[in-house]
Design a protein around this ligand. Structure first.
Ligand SMILES: [Zn+2]
Length: 244
């Protein structure tokens, strides 16, 4: 009896994309990632949320819960690391403290054993500000390869500033990895690898179809502290004690 044919290795998602695999594969992957986020409790849907901004929405993504469960955070970080394994990074740069747990998981899973730094961001008047730690300049020289990691991208403005700052330090950004890209039409000098690319509509209360349908409003996230890192309807939820 002839030996069974060798099992074909499963091609990576990126290999499949490179060979023009149908868009369906990307959609399937995204569904898997969404399901993982749903299990962390970070992704909520089929409800009528009052967002911290005052808008209403059917869906909500809570960036704190995304990394609350270490096992899930490590798994998500490993998916991003796997994508970038072919472009060895010397430094992983988190866009802020909020994304640094995910960035740590990415750095830990990367075979190139990069070091990890996180930026600090905020808004000063009309100006968006990003600050890198002083140590960053000691690790980044001409030719240093930097992978930027973000949890949620809405405008991409922080990343744009960071790319510029890495360039000024002499380094080169080799990639941008993120968990959730809320806007597919972001103007960045390079492609973003995101586990989920999905924007969901938010409504002004006066024009909200969920209000019109008479659905009761979920105010669980409404009194969250206003986000300071990004102009998002994404922030920490109220503490359990505050919930009624
Ligand atoms: Zn509504």
């Amino acid at each position: 009896m002839p030996p069974p044919p060798p099992k074909k290795p499963t091609p990576s998602a990126r290999q499949m994309e490179a060979h023009g695999a149908p868009r369906l594969d990307a959609e399937v992957r995204e569904k898997i990632h969404l399901e993982i986020l749903r299990r962390t409790g970070a992704y909520r849907t089929d409800d009528h949320f009052l967002l911290p901004s005052g808008h209403h929405a059917r869906e909500f993504i809570d960036q704190v819960l995304v990394t609350a469960e270490p096992g899930f955070a490590e798994g998500l970080g490993a998916v991003i690391a796997k994508h970038f394994a072919e472009w060895p990074a010397d430094v992983v740069l988190s866009t802020g403290p909020g994304a640094s747990i995910l960035a740590h998981c990415v750095a830990r899973a990367l075979p190139s054993r990069p070091v990890l730094f996180y930026a600090n961001k905020g808004v000063q008047g009309p100006q968006r500000r990003v600050r890198l730690p002083d140590e960053f300049a000691r690790f980044v020289r001409r030719g240093t390869k930097v992978l930027i990691v973000e949890d949620l991208i809405t405008t991409g403005e922080t990343i744009k500033l960071l790319i510029q700052m890495v360039g000024e330090a002499g380094g080169t950004v080799v990639g941008i990895g993120c968990l959730w890209q809320r806007n597919s039409k972001i103007d960045l000098p390079m492609a973003v690898f995101s586990l989920v690319t999905r924007d969901f509509p938010t409504y002004d209360p006066s024009a909200c179809p969920l209000c019109r349908a008479g659905r009761s409003l979920n105010v669980e996230f409404a009194r969250a502290a206003p986000p300071i890192e990004e102009p998002l309807e994404v922030s920490r939820p109220r503490s359990r004690r505050d919930r009624r």
